[in-house]
Write a new protein. Structure first.
Length: 319
C-alpha cells in the first residue's frame, strides 16, 4: 500500500471510497478504488483484459489522477456523471425558460456535476415586463434562487455544490454584480466573473465613457476606468469577481466557427460553450522524476509520454 498522508486518506474515505447503500465500505483500500476505476474504464475497450492492468498502473502510486467524478463514480453502478463540470444552456429571458434551466441545473448537480451559467441574457433590474404590468427584478435575484437550490442539493450528497456565474461588462446590472459579495452570506455557492470585452479594455485605455445597455437600450453611462477600479477594489476586498477576457477566448477557440463561449466551469480554468463538459485529469509530475533530490534529478520524458497516452485513453473511455 502506498504511503498516504492522513489528510489524503481522510479525503479518499469521505469523497471517493465506494460504499454500499447502508454505508459499508466496498473499497477496503485506495488500491481497491484504483482497481475499480481501471476495470470500469477498460470495459469500453474491445479487449478489456488488455487494458485493465495498464490503466491500473497509470493510477498506481498516484501517477495519474482522473477527476473526482471519475474516481467516485466509475464502476459504482450508480446514475451519476463522470464529468466534473458543465456550462449549461443559454437562459432565455422569460419566466418559464428561467425555471426550466433551474430544473436542469438541479438535476445536473444531483448527479454530481458543477455548473456554469451566463446571466447576461436576463433583463436588468427595473426593466419593464410586458403583459404583466411589472418590472424585472434582474439577474442577481435569480442567481439567489440558483444559490438556494445549490445549498439544498448539497445537503443530499457528500460533494459541495459549485457554480460559476458570469455577467457581461456592459450589462446594466454589472455594478450590483461586482459588489454582490459585499454581503458575506449572499451567493456563497457561486464564483463570480465579469466577461470583459476588448472594447471595454480600449475604453479603459482611452479613459472613455462606457455604456451599460440591454436589448438595444442604454440604461446608464459610466467611466470605464471607474468601473474597472470597482472590479479591482472588490477583488482586493473579498476576492471576487474574477475577470474573463471573453473576446480573446472566442478569438482563440478552434471551434469559433460553430460555437460561442460565454461562461466557464466553476473553477474558471475551462471556458466552454453551452452544454460543454469538463473531463479532467492530472498527471503527477513528481512521481516521474528520476534521481529526485540529487544533482542528477530529471523528468523521465519517456515515462511521461507513455503515461499521458494511457491517461488520454482512459478519459476517452470515460466518455
Amino acid at each position: 500500500m502506498p504511503t498516504v498522508a492522513s489528510i489524503s486518506q481522510q479525503i479518499w474515505d469521505m469523497k471517493y471510497r465506494l460504499r454500499s447503500a447502508n454505508g459499508q465500505a466496498v473499497d477496503d483500500t485506495i488500491e481497491d478504488s484504483w482497481r475499480r476505476v481501471a476495470d470500469a474504464v477498460a470495459a469500453a475497450e474491445v479487449r478489456p483484459a488488455d487494458w485493465r492492468d495498464r490503466f491500473y498502473e497509470a493510477l498506481e502510486d498516484f501517477r495519474f489522477l482522473p477527476a473526482g467524478r471519475v474516481l467516485a463514480g466509475a464502476g459504482a453502478d450508480r446514475n451519476v456523471t463522470l464529468f466534473n463540470c458543465f456550462v449549461m444552456g443559454t437562459i432565455p429571458d422569460d419566466m418559464s425558460g428561467i425555471f426550466e434551466n433551474l430544473r436542469e441545473a438541479a438535476l445536473t448537480m444531483q448527479q454530481g456535476g458543477g455548473i456554469g451559467y451566463d446571466f447576461s441574457t436576463l433583463r436588468p433590474n427595473g426593466a419593464p415586463v410586458e403583459g404583466v404590468g411589472a418590472d424585472a427584478s434582474g439577474p442577481l435575484t435569480f442567481m439567489d434562487v440558483w444559490d438556494a437550490m445549490c445549498r439544498t442539493i448539497m445537503s443530499a450528497g457528500h460533494r459541495r455544490g459549485a457554480m460559476m456565474a458570469t455577467l457581461r461588462c456592459d450589462h446594466p446590472d454589472i455594478e450590483a454584480f461586482i459588489e454582490a459579495k459585499q454581503d458575506p452570506g449572499r451567493l456563497r455557492m457561486f464564483n463570480l466573473s465579469v466577461l470583459v470585452t476588448d472594447s471595454f479594455m480600449q475604453a479603459i485605455k482611452d479613459d472613455n465613457a462606457w455604456e451599460l445597455q440591454f436589448g438595444g437600450r442604454t440604461y446608464k453611462s459610466v467611466q470605464a476606468r471607474e468601473l474597472w477600479d470597482r472590479v479591482m477594489r472588490a477583488t482586493y476586498a473579498y476576492a471576487e469577481p474574477g475577470v474573463i477576457f471573453i473576446d480573446r477566448i472566442n478569438q482563440r477557440n478552434n471551434l469559433r466557427y460553430c460555437e460561442t463561449i460565454n461562461s466557464t466551469n466553476p473553477c474558471g480554468e475551462q471556458p466552454l460553450p453551452p452544454y460543454g463538459a469538463c473531463l479532467l485529469g492530472s498527471v503527477n509530475l513528481a512521481r516521474l522524476v528520476r534521481n529526485s533530490f540529487t544533482a542528477d534529478a530529471a523528468l523521465d520524458l519517456n515515462a511521461l509520454r507513455n503515461l499521458v497516452t494511457t491517461a488520454v485513453r482512459m478519459l476517452d473511455n470515460a466518455i
